[in-house]
Design a protein around this ligand. Structure first.
Ligand SMILES: Cc1cc2nc3c(=O)[nH]c(=O)nc-3n(C[C@H](O)[C@H](O)[C@H](O)COP(=O)(O)OP(=O)(O)OC[C@H]3O[C@@H](n4cnc5c(N)ncnc54)[C@H](O)[C@@H]3O)c2cc1C
Length: 447
């Protein structure tokens, strides 16, 4: 009987720089490369993410020469059955840190299955970087300094050879999830990730510092979905960075991802709940027609609407506009951040519970760091500043295609502004800004 190990792919759908995979190979004569289609997870994902995952699994299977086992069901049951069937000696994976992954690991371990965990989806595992008094960081900049000083391992090469068990037909349950009509997703998989990364390094990284905020150009790396699914590891990105301004800024952005994972690790309740608890006492409005307009990109504020349409058309949104639409939902429409975060989670192919919940909370003013609640984004000025030529608005809002760059940001001032069916504004930003500040004063006075 051959010595067999399961390698359980989760958020690491790649072969390169995958120390956990190398550990499984080193310990066995044959591995069972496995992806478990956890029903609970599959149901939560929207069509966009499902389609992306289906593509990513196909890409991984190709690099494994058609030996990826894809099995639907509860991970405890799937692992128990495979271990018995193949007399598996060990189960290898990378450690999970998001609350659901941790819950699943514990459940598996209580059933007597030992998981051999090597590495994590982060350059520095959450929980490792701490203040001198051993408490976790609550503010990004000191975290970043300590994280950079801590450092990370250099990437490891892909395995030279993988001896995999040939899967039975029943263990090839690849989902048939298609990209929804009218949607264009970025290509999934390890090869696509490495290709995009090389192209970004060559063409955009140098100017990343200036370009990263401009919503209308392709000035960011688009690594987020690749990182989310582990088609590339952050170590690989960090190893390719020097010390130019663009490279330094990019390193800091990777560190935001690591910071939020660390914050969530220490405060798992903040995936759904307030990091600053007093904001739970604020007066909020229930999501109704205005929320619907926000979701559908029909608020009448072009920069906000363009972004919400980008989300639906691409399963991705530019970071600048993620902040603008989040601020708009919480501070112009007075709706709790969780409604927006859930909507994002439905569409984003890069959905990441830590970055999403804390990106929302940061913008809503109830999260980590010094982003005070009273910092309220002006959706019109943000558009003028970060989409000066209106390239972004024009791309996603055909009803405004006839306007000049000067007119695009305020169609209500243009004589023909509403000629092609663009909706009127659902609120007056100046009025709602004051309303927001009044609601803030209420909780300030109450504490
Ligand atoms: C309300 C809100 C929700 C968000 N939800 C998510 C999410 O679900 N998943 C997600 O990956 N990111 C999220 N972000 C962070 C950020 O918007 C995306 O990571 C970024 O837009 C992805 O595009 P990119 O890969 O081209 O980024 P780049 O600018 O090229 O940055 C490189 C990488 O750095 C990391 N990064 C950059 N900015 C941030 C940030 N502010 N916070 C955390 N990590 C960052 C990402 O991993 C990103 O891929 C959210 C931000 C906000 C304000």
């Amino acid at each position: 009987m051959k010595r067999r190990a399961i390698f359980w792919f989760r958020r690491d759908l790649r072969l390169a720089d995958n120390p956990a995979l190398l550990a499984a190979i080193a310990e066995s004569e044959e591995i069972i490369p496995l992806f478990i289609m956890d029903d609970a997870v599959a149901h939560r994902a929207g069509d966009h993410r499902r389609a992306y995952l289906a593509d990513s699994l196909r890409a991984l299977d190709k690099s494994l020469n058609g030996t990826l086992h894809v099995i639907s069901g509860n991970p405890v049951e799937v692992l128990t059955e495979l271990i018995a069937r193949y007399q598996v000696e060990s189960v290898h994976c990378a450690a999970e840190y998001a609350p659901y992954g941790v819950f699943r690991e514990k459940e598996i371990e209580t059933h007597g299955i030992v998981l051999t965990k090597t590495g994590s989806p982060y350059a520095v595992a959450p929980g490792r970087v701490r203040k001198s008094d051993e408490t976790p960081y609550r503010v990004y900049t000191p975290f970043f300094k300590m994280w950079a000083a801590h450092g990370w391992r250099t990437p490891v090469a892909p395995p030279k050879k993988i001896n995999s068990v040939t899967p039975e037909k029943a263990d090839r349950q690849f989902p048939d999830w298609k990209v929804p009509d009218g949607v264009v997703l970025q290509p999934a998989g390890e090869e696509a990730a490495l290709k995009r990364w090389k192209s970004f390094q060559l063409n955009e990284l140098e100017d990343y510092d200036q370009q990263r905020n401009l919503a209308g150009i392709d000035g960011t790396s688009k690594m987020s979905a690749h990182l989310r699914w582990g088609e590339i590891h952050p170590r690989t990105l960090l190893a390719g960075l020097g010390n130019s301004t663009g490279e330094q800024t990019f390193r800091k952005e990777i560190a935001w991802r690591e910071f939020y994972a660390d914050v969530l690790h220490h405060n798992p309740h903040t995936s759904r709940d307030y990091y600053a608890p007093r904001f739970a006492n604020m007066r909020y409005d229930k999501p109704g027609e205005k929320f619907k307009a926000w979701c559908e990109g029909r608020t009448g504020f072009p920069f906000v609407d363009a972004a919400m349409r980008q989300l639906v058309q691409e399963g991705w949104m530019h970071n600048r506009t993620r902040m603008v639409v989040a601020s708009f939902l919480v501070k112009d429409l007075h709706i709790e951040w969780q409604h927006g975060a859930n909507y994002f989670m439905k569409y984003l192919i890069d959905n990441d519970i830590a970055s999403n919940s804390h990106g929302w909370q940061w913008t809503a003013g109830c999260g980590t760091d010094a982003s005070p609640y009273y910092r309220i984004f002006n959706p019109i000025e943000q558009g003028k500043r970060f989409d000066e030529e209106g390239l972004y608005i024009k791309k996603y809002i055909p009803e405004l295609g006839h306007l000049s760059a000067d007119q695009l940001h305020e169609p209500w001032l243009a004589p023909e502004g509403y000629a092609h069916g663009y909706p009127k504004r659902v609120v007056d930003h100046a009025v709602e800004r004051l309303e927001s500040l009044a609601r803030l004063a209420e909780i300030k006075n109450a504490t």
